[in-house]
Design a protein around this ligand. Sequence first.
Ligand SMILES: [Zn+2]
Length: 153
Amino acid sequence: MSDNRRIQSECKACRTKIIYLLTEKNKLMPVDADTVDKDDQHFNYKKHKSHFVTCTRPEVFRKPRTIDPKEKERIDEENFRRDLKIFKEKLSKDTRPFIKFNKIEVTMPRFNLLERCAKLNMPFDDLISKDNGELREWLSMHEALESEQLSLL
Ligand SMILES: [Zn+2]
């Protein structure tokens, strides 16, 4: 077989000259060109260097590990259920009046909003009666104020 019938190429990752030779299983194997003689046609592991072994940048060809979306969904749901369970336990032990006497069901997002509002001394009546949207609105005003005051210190 002459040179021009062999598939010559260049490694896309490290730019080494390679030549594809046939393996015993009739598969093409990229081989370092400088280990291949003019008439070589079949890959000989004693003579040729497989570029899979010599490539200096093999990471380029490695596919990033992909997670099956169904599996990811399952894990997310599992994590969410676990977080929810931990949260409900924590909530049942929380005896602060604005938690205990809240007029709206205290869910995880509401709990986080209430914590932040309470830290900024929101009045008790507001804490137990404002809905989540109102809490958020109040926070956006007061947290902005707070950070302004901190930057003035
Ligand atoms: Zn390479």
